[in-house]
Design a protein around this ligand. Sequence first.
Ligand code: ATP
Length: 564
Amino acid sequence: MRRRTLRRWQYPQVEAGARALARAAVAVCPSRTTVVQALRLLQRRRAPLLVVHAHGRVGVVRPEDLRRARTFGLGRRSVADVAVWTVSTVSAEASEASVRRLLLSGAPAVLVRERGGVVGAVEPFRRAPGTASGARALSLAWRLERQLPGETLGLLRLVGRLAESCGMRVCVAGGFVRDLLRGAPTQDVDLVVEGDGLPLARQLCRELGGSLVVHPAFGTASIEGWAGGRVDLATARRERYAAPGALPGVTPAHIEEDLARRDFTVNAMALTLNPDAFGSLLDPFGGQRDLRTRRIRILHPLSFVEDPTRIFRGARYAVRLGLIFERWTRRSLSVALDLGPYPALSGHRLLAEVELIVSEPGWERALGTLGRLGAFRLLEPSYRFARQASRRLGDLTELLRWARERSVGLDPVPLVLLCLVGHLSASLAERCLRRLALSGEPLARLLAALVEGPAVSGRLGAGAALPASRLAAVLRDRSSEALGYVWLVGSPSTRQQIQWFLDEGRGVRPLLSGEDLLGLGVAKGPVVSELLHRLRDRRLDGQVSSRDEELRLVREWMTPSQTP
Ligand code: ATP
């Protein structure tokens, strides 16, 4: 393909056209072909790509995706499940320029049609990892200079110089590049180094000041306490997943391979920092285009099967960045969910993703999206999201906003979990919570809350309003999870009662202390706390409001005939 392109430049009057650019040897198969059959077909035909037709659409299947699928035990699945369905199609007469435009805008392949059939495919030119770029890469140096605070820009230049002097290639990658392109403030600086990054990290730390934390097992290091924020430095790596959902094995690699292991196109971009190419953009998967068109797109069809936590990450990014899951990505996501459960996927990782979601604004929308996508089937295959869960998540935002305004401490994560499982049967809810690696006391509190919520809310809702002391007696000694859940399942008046209790009721104490009671002649022992509780209840019911009134009351109680 490359040689043909060069020929066109040597003889500019020759228009190569799509037909000439295409690799001729694509093999075509129907969508019922299995992964194993497809691999054999590619081998037999010695074709680099397989074209698959389904429901009037055309997709391509790459040998590496077929091999991945076979490793994951998906040999009998249809090739349609591992196809890339976002390819573009042109006629054989289409100009070379139009094909290149499609590739540059991020099309994973361009299929060439002639007489009703696909005769070939053009794939993006990817330079061999680690080799210098022949093509002129887009330079974002001007953006770096204009957008970054001085110390961050200085850091990037310094890193580039240090790496160059050690003969290494270094890039800043991931969210930093994404946010730079969005014109948003960049956060942590994620550096990726080809080669052993640790000596570079040490040198950098010496120059910057701050403290260095090294994780030799992962080939990563962080510099904290530097004035410009946090700097993470990692050795570029390739990842191999032995089982769906398991943690990957990693080996050192080139930066292009490091980008290829990432979750979404918008996170799979990097900027070179070495002085001769400072600021040049590596965007092999069309991340820039996806940012522009507001799409979340995976890099290969089995991305979610390799790591289903990416589904949660995707929902988080979708809300934070205002993106939507692109159609093929959604399809790959539902294939991944159909392939669950993922025994190798740890519950801790799933819970950590829920926590990350809850730590960001708009979390209820992210969780609602996940619910509608069916993502909570990762907890239990029979999990079904319900409108009730969605409504409770929305209501919870209200409760948490109120709690923040009144400085009432409520941990959102347990309440989110209760919203997600509250509509399920008790046994299914428990299985979901256990799948999130919850056990012991935290699990017991959630299970108790699931029972107490409807019971207490029923009790408060029935009959006339309780006096404050009775209400407090019903609510006292319950966990904040249980109180929150009573609020979530309760009527508006129950919600007011819970808010009153959280804000005021539970903090009410008598003005007299135990010492005061002993001073009044109350005998040491359980009677002291009993009297204090009585005083508290009188205060709750508005029957006493001053110290003198409490003193008078205690004296009355101590007179034998007046003992309440
Ligand atoms: P932000 O949350 O703002 O994106 P970040 O880019 O630093 O910050 P991290 O969660 O720290 O996000 O991850 C760093 C990079 O590592 C991401 O940009 C992404 O490319 C990659 N990454 C993280 N987790 C995964 C994952 N599960 N699968 C693939 N790539 C991942």
